[in-house]
Design a binder for this molecule. Sequence first.
Ligand SMILES: [Zn+2]
Length: 144
Amino acid sequence: MNDLTSQKSKYTVPHVSQWSAFIHAKCPRCRLGSTFTGAMYGFKVQKMKEVCDVCALKFEREPGYFYVSMFVSYAMNVAEIISLGVAAYVLGLDIIYENLWYFVAIIFSGVLLFSPLNYRYSRMVLLYWLSPGLHYDPSRIKNN
Ligand SMILES: [Zn+2]
């Protein structure tokens, strides 16, 4: 066995499922590097990294790339607004004019509460499922 193959066999790439990597906001190409710094909900504002620490993928693939995630975020917001409205109705809030401001308050506070989640996962949906040519490629993982 020559040096190159023996060195390569020292590193085993752990298999991470696509769903697990998506939930944990990992890089779509190596599924190991984090895409965001900081927690989704915390006192420090979460920021997206420029490149992956593990495979050096540039996340913003072209200038303004993440504008497209606004459309994903919009769809997520609509789904959340409808869900919150239906949930409020199912939990006993009747649809009458006097309850209008309760619905508005519930939906508005829900949208505020979900906004860090929408920010993170709209970009993850864009990277994982709406980016042509961006696939899982464990051979791009840097072994050092
Ligand atoms: Zn990566």
